[in-house]
Design a protein around this ligand. Structure first.
Ligand SMILES: Cc1cc2nc3c(=O)[nH]c(=O)nc-3n(C[C@H](O)[C@H](O)[C@H](O)COP(=O)(O)OP(=O)(O)OC[C@H]3O[C@@H](n4cnc5c(N)ncnc54)[C@H](O)[C@@H]3O)c2cc1C
Length: 500
């Protein structure tokens, strides 16, 4: 019998679990080493006094066969066991003067709302809606990773993109730049979606199209349960996860990765491959001591823009919100201070009235999420001034509660649990650089950048996950890991299969 190749995987986030599943399905022997006591990485949730506070998914890949990604995800996740909530509205935008705007995901309804709001921008709105509809039909995903493309695939790529190329190029500038051309300040205000600001505008339009055709949604049960279903697949495929096993170093002999050293000094040797699905900075500069960097890597880690981290306020409220909207963007006339560099005029609120599994009967979880690039402030505060750290968390939570009470009504007296996670929390539990929630930002432009999964000069080593691609996200981490499994299969002359 031929001995199966041994693969050590660092990290049991979505990428680590995914590549583990596919490599097990294809005849490799894998072990995952995870520093935390649970799987999921950033795709997580935590329990507080009967409430489950979700730390991640707003929306992600759902079942379906419209797009390849949905079909592929079904290879590692049992969609029969997951129910999805699909959003009819991206959000209900509520202005300080009481006016509201329904940001529908249905393009026809959205068109009517937008034209009523900003008739002077009718031409822009109509073009935008037309592109949402065109994008919704498209599946630009190639069936192979670019590393395995033949000349025919390059030709095919042009053929596939042809019907959409004019729409892609029309909207290839960032959301911020695109909407600055709108005449109506109200239209600029409602299109000013914080999450998408620096991405190419087409990314926002594609996302709206996918939300409307139910290809992405929120998995009932929340993020941790979602990650646990992939963990279950991995274990059912014969994989092993070592929890509370932080990897300190990657063992390298003659420029070949051959194992790992854990925090407690334990060595795991004789691996045929080592794959890091953990934080990129820690992998390259600490686990490998910065020995395998080149100009591209240095430039990327010095200057490529990264996704911010978040301050995430979760409330357990002893009240039902059955008739309230689920996603509300509360717009403020005054600024809400997050930290010494970060302020906002929007409170993005999720009222989890669509997932009864997260709270005891008659009660509801509410979440407010604020982006911040100021990791250093939160990290310093936590380390050097824990009293002020707690005070600042309380200040933000109390301000949120005040505003929610005033704008949504009758909340203050019903709040029974308050939880505030900061960039320091995300770093502590997932080790992500500066607590970043999605790794590298996707820059505006027509063609997304492509990052390599390996490091120059180091054999038998790969990286996967949100730090080996622009954009990040669960779909990104999944696809990057699936692609890498295909590359490893090809290298080992194994015909890739996506099933057990
Ligand atoms: C608040 C928030 C909201 C989000 N919303 C969405 C959303 O709606 N949709 C979406 O698609 N994405 C969303 N994301 C992003 C998404 O969660 C991530 O991009 C994705 O989960 C990244 O997966 P990953 O496996 O690449 O990395 P990670 O999840 O970071 O996994 C890395 C794993 O490696 C482990 N690790 C790190 N260092 C070591 C070490 N030295 N030794 C051993 N183990 C180690 C970590 O503990 C972790 O488990 C959100 C993220 C956050 C925080």
């Amino acid at each position: 019998m031929i001995k199966k190749k041994e693969i050590h995987i660092i990290g049991a986030g979505i990428a680590g679990l995914t590549i583990g599943c596919y490599l097990q399905m294809n005849g490799f022997n894998t072990q995952i080493f995870e520093s935390h006591s649970i799987a999921g990485g950033l795709c997580t949730a935590w329990k507080r006094k009967g409430y489950t506070f979700d730390g991640c998914i707003h929306s992600t890949i759902a079942s379906g066969d419209r797009y390849k990604l949905n079909k592929w995800f079904g290879e590692i996740i049992n969609f029969d066991t997951i129910k999805y909530h699909f959003y009819n509205e991206l959000s209900l935008i509520q202005f300080e003067d009481g006016k509201t705007f329904h940001f529908y995901t249905n393009p026809d309804k959205l068109e009517n709302e937008l034209i009523a709001l900003a008739p002077e921008d009718e031409t822009f709105i109509k073009k935008m809606i037309q592109s949402i509809k065109v994008f919704a039909k498209h599946d630009l995903q190639m069936s192979k990773p670019i590393e395995l493309w033949s000349p025919l695939d390059y030709y095919l790529r042009q053929f596939i993109t042809l019907p959409y190329i004019s729409h892609l190029s029309k909207w290839s500038k960032s959301l911020k730049e695109t909407i600055s051309k709108c005449k109506s300040p109200l239209l600029r205000s409602v299109l000013n979606q914080d999450f998408f600001t620096r991405y190419p505008f087409y990314f926002f339009l594609i996302s709206l199209g996918q939300m409307n055709n139910n290809s992405v949604g929120y998995p009932i049960g929340g993020s941790l349960q979602f990650a646990n279903t992939i963990e279950e697949t991995y274990k059912n495929c014969g994989g092993t996860i070592h929890y509370n096993s932080k990897v300190e170093k990657i063992i390298v002999n003659n420029h070949r990765a051959s194992g790992i050293v854990l925090e407690d000094g334990k060595k795991m040797e004789n691996a045929d491959y080592v794959i890091s699905a953990a934080d990129g900075f820690e992998t390259i500069y600490s686990m490998l001591d910065g020995k395998y960097i080149d100009k591209k890597i240095t430039q990327r880690y010095e200057s490529h823009s990264k996704w911010p981290s978040v301050v995430l306020v979760s409330l357990g409220v002893n009240r039902s919100f059955a008739t309230e909207p689920s996603l509300v963007d509360i717009r403020l006339n005054s600024e809400f201070i997050i930290d010494e560099q970060t302020k906002t005029d929007t409170l993005p609120v999720t009222i989890y009235n669509f997932d009864s599994t997260l709270a005891p009967e008659g009660k509801t979880c509410i979440r407010v999420i604020f982006h911040t690039h100021n990791y250093k402030y939160w990290d310093d505060l936590k380390k050097n001034n824990p009293v002020l750290y707690t005070k600042e968390k309380n200040r933000i939570a109390e301000n949120c509660i005040e505003i929610l009470d005033k704008r949504l009504g009758n909340i203050k007296n019903y709040v029974e649990v308050i939880d505030v996670a900061t960039p320091a929390t995300f770093k502590r539990y997932t080790k992500n650089w500066n607590g970043s929630i999605q790794g590298w930002e996707w820059m505006s432009g027509l063609i997304p950048e492509h990052f390599k999964n390996n490091l120059k000069g180091l054999q038998n080593f790969y990286m996967t996950g949100q730090w080996t691609m622009p954009g990040g996200g669960i779909a990104g981490a999944f696809l990057n890991a699936r692609d890498l499994a295909r590359i490893i299969c090809k290298k080992n002359r194994v015909a890739f299969k996506g099933r057990r």
